[in-house]
Design a protein around this ligand. Structure first.
Ligand code: DGJ
Length: 756
């Protein structure tokens, strides 16, 4: 059992949640559910060390405690704090009751423990395949005045230092309706504030830049109010304890399994304790909870690592790769893809596509993806979203004829769609103008000249299920790229009454999840890749339905080093789609050597996105050989352990990031090591190659110290120092691999290590 209960048969049990290397303590004081800390594993806990900030001025005392003033909810560490009854820090729970008040009093009521992990109805979540993998503790709290109950769920993994939390709020039958405002997934209080906080923020084409800064009194937060998780902030936060870095020290990770408006915040209070809360962003949320109904929050996945940020990342990778992603493709090598977007944009016809397919086949590519522009009158991005039948001018034989022509060349066929959107210039909009998100009487705002369908409506979701079921069933499709190219404005629904309009953002996400769940279950053989102008919806919620995401619309290799390495802070390579594109790069204008473009794209689920028919013969031959080399590496990349050897950002200080330009690191290096440590892929890239550079050793990680490894260059240019080389695992990790910067003008070094 991962969960031990002391004082089990009293009204104040103590819960010790044991992961392999940590213990998370929950106890009850004066009837309230308190947090006892999350630290290195300990079997014994007396309660001696809990924070007792007695009689702090202006911190009030609940009834019955005013005479001695030793207990205040404002200073005690709690599990699910509520607003209005003396805790002035950020609440996890706040609701408006029938009388207009918002004070609750959530008191401990009961607990239950089960083996395994129950699923969350209607929401994506981590799962177990065998009930021996985890135990789940549920604690019930109740508000004596209104009868409202709150169920806190803690799933504790037996083999990983991971705890998953979510909350169920129940309004009992016979009570009055309640307006929920704060319904956080979880709260965790820390007794001190000596942490640096890491968040991932950015923009379109420069997603997930790591920002690291010290905590200070007040609130540090990231959030979305854009309707989706977004490029701008990410539903993730980490606290780095003193001394923590990439390979060492204690790091706490918080990753929210949600794709809509979220908030993650760390608040340092008057006693220098730190409160982390995470969940649906209350700024854009309210929910009318009728009597007899319940509300389930998204899940928060919490990791405690004693091996720095790298250890935290590998814990998330293992869990998300195998217990969040689902379906046939979860554990399978992914096909090498060619996508026609950057090759043709909207300007294609069948002949052009088939010429590209011929070149792709020649290069050993396995799957051809037809991107945007194949339907309605879609010759630009001003029209036709919603009209999902093939453009007769570009594809006179329809989609099936094209798909068959691709298949007859020995490749599979994939298709781009953007189901959630509608163009004003479309038959769908003419037929159903009220099906988009809009405020009655106001002209809705457009983004990329398109409107957003109201997925909070069941009839709209049902319609999309039937349209895309028909599209996917009538064409021999092996892959779908599911795009989403704008954020949500005018977030109101023609189908909801005024007192429920605040539910629209969350209902939209629930509708999206139902749509994705139905279609991905209906087409289990299809490999689904999500996309939102690149990585604008790269979150664990979407990964539950679709095992990979188009990482960024920025395909420039040096920019991608930043984006991909930062994405790897939470997500495994198996989820990251990465393509070799043309030079000069379409987003940055930079010309990177083909081998560098390959080395960077080969760090994820690999493909191409350029017009192969325009390349010189020798480059086509090289692409053919690179494709073959990736096929030999892809199992290792997809399933291996990632070690970030050198990041372009500095973990010891604030991320060096100036006005949209990437920071000062001149190089980056990473490794994938197979689980049995028999082989590894080592990649080093130079982001700012300089003249007359010196060499230096790079210390590798994750190898078997007792083994010897044969060094097999995948790419070392004409440098021969890596030929016929066998080195010790310990030697490579402690002394290092010497890298001559002489080769820096080639801008990368890619080596495979195989146990000798
Ligand atoms: C945005 C995507 O990220 C691109 O790859 C491409 O699919 C375009 N949309 C098409 O409109």
């Amino acid at each position: 059992m991962a969960i031990a209960v002391h004082n089990e048969h009293t009204d104040a049990p103590v819960f010790l949640l044991h992961t392999p290397h940590s213990t998370y303590v929950i106890y009850i004081e004066n009837g309230y559910l308190c947090h006892g800390g999350w630290f290195d594993r300990t079997e014994h806990w007396s309660g001696h060390c809990v924070c007792r900030h007695t009689d702090i001025g202006f911190s009030p005392n609940p009834p019955g405690h005013g005479d001695r003033r030793v207990f205040s909810l404002d200073t005690v560490m709690q599990e699910y704090p509520f607003a209005g009854r003396s805790d002035f820090r950020a609440p996890a729970f706040k609701a408006f009751f029938a009388d207009g008040s918002h004070s609750a009093d959530l008191c401990y009521k009961s607990f239950a423990i089960i083996k395994g992990k129950p699923q969350l109805t209607g929401l994506p979540a981590v799962y177990t395949e065998d009930e021996s993998e985890a135990d789940t503790l549920t604690i019930a709290l109740a508000d004596p005045l209104t009868g409202l109950t709150v169920g806190l769920s803690y799933t504790v993994f037996c083999a990983q230092d991971i705890i998953c939390r979510h909350t169920i709020i129940i309004n009992p039958a016979g009570a009055e309706p309640v307006m929920l405002n704060h319904a956080m997934s979880a709260c965790i209080d820390f007794p001190d504030s000596s942490y640096r906080v890491l968040t991932l923020s950015g923009a379109h084409c420069r997603e997930r830049v790591p920002f690291i800064r010290p905590l200070a009194p007040g609130v540090q937060q990231v959030f979305s109010r854009r309707g989706v998780s977004s490029h701008q902030h990410h539903p993730f936060m980490a606290l780095l304890a003193e001394g923590a870095a990439e390979t060492q020290g204690v790091v706490y990770g918080f990753s929210l399994v949600y794709s809509g408006n979220f908030i993650m915040q760390a608040e340092v209070d008057q006693c220098f304790t730190t409160r982390v809360t995470a969940g649906i962003n209350p700024e854009t949320f309210c929910w009318k909870l009728e009597p007899g109904n319940s509300f389930i929050t998204p899940e928060l996945v919490m990791v405690r690592s004693t091996h720095g940020l790298g250890g935290m990342s590998r814990a998330y990778h293992d869990l998300y790769r195998s217990r969040l992603c689902r379906g046939e493709w979860r554990d399978k090598d992914r096909p090498v893809i060619i996508n026609n977007w950057e090759a043709t944009y909207f300007a294609f016809n069948t002949e052009k596509l088939l010429t590209l397919a011929d070149a792709a086949k020649q290069a050993g590519i396995e799957l051809f993806v037809l991107d945007d522009g194949w339907f309605g009158e879609r010759d630009d991005d001003f029209r036709s979203l919603g009209d999902w039948s093939a453009n007769a001018k570009k594809l006179p034989g329809g989609l099936s004829a094209l798909a068959q022509a691709i298949q007859s060349r020995g490749m599979s066929f994939g298709l781009w769609v953007e189901p959630e959107m509608v163009s004003e210039n479309s038959s769908l909009f003419c037929a159903h103008p009220d099906w988009c998100l809009h405020v009655s009487g106001r002209t809705p705002v457009t983004g990329r000249s398109q409107l957003v369908l109201d997925l909070s409506r069941d009839d709209v979701v049902d319609y999309l299920i039937s349209v895309f079921s028909e599209t996917f069933a009538s064409t021999p499709i092996s892959y779908v790229k599911w795009d989403c190219n704008r954020h949500l404005t005018d977030v109101a629904s023609a189908a909801l009454p005024p007192d429920r309009q605040g539910e629209t953002p969350h209902r939209f996400i629930l509708g999206l999840y139902r749509l994705m769940d139905t279609l991905t279950r209906r087409f289990p053989h299809v490999l689904f890749e999500s996309c939102s102008g690149g990585g604008g919806r790269y979150d664990p919620g979407i990964l539950y339905y679709m095992p990979q995401t188009w990482t960024s619309d920025n395909t420039d290799a040096p920019s991608r080093v930043w984006i991909q390495l930062a994405t790897s802070i939470v997500y495994p390579a198996s989820t990251m789609a990465c393509h070799v594109s043309a030079v000069p790069n379409h987003q940055t204008g930079r010309t990177a050597p083909l081998m560098l473009r390959f080395a960077v794209a080969a760090a994820g689920m690999f493909g191409y996105e350029l017009d192969l028919t325009k390349l010189p013969q020798d480059e086509c031959a090289e692409i053919q050989s690179l494709t073959a080399r990736y096929k030999e590496l892809r199992t290792l990349v997809r399933s291996g352990d990632l070690y970030r050897i050198q990041t372009p950002w500095h973990i010891s200080g604030a991320a060096d990031y100036a006005g949209g330009l990437f920071g000062s690191g001149d190089s980056a290096a990473w490794m994938y090591v197979s689980k049995d440590k028999s082989e590894a892929l080592v990649t080093l890239v130079w982001l700012m190659p300089g003249a007359n550079p010196a060499g230096r050793p790079f210390r590798l990680q994750g190898l078997d110290p007792a083994a010897c490894y044969r060094v097999m260059p995948v790419w070392a240019g004409d440098d021969t120092i890596y030929d016929n080389l066998t080195l010790g695992g310990a030697e490579l990790m402690h002394a290092g691999l010497f890298v001559t910067y002489q080769i820096s003008y080639r801008q990368c070094l890619v080596l495979k290590l195989v146990k000798a």
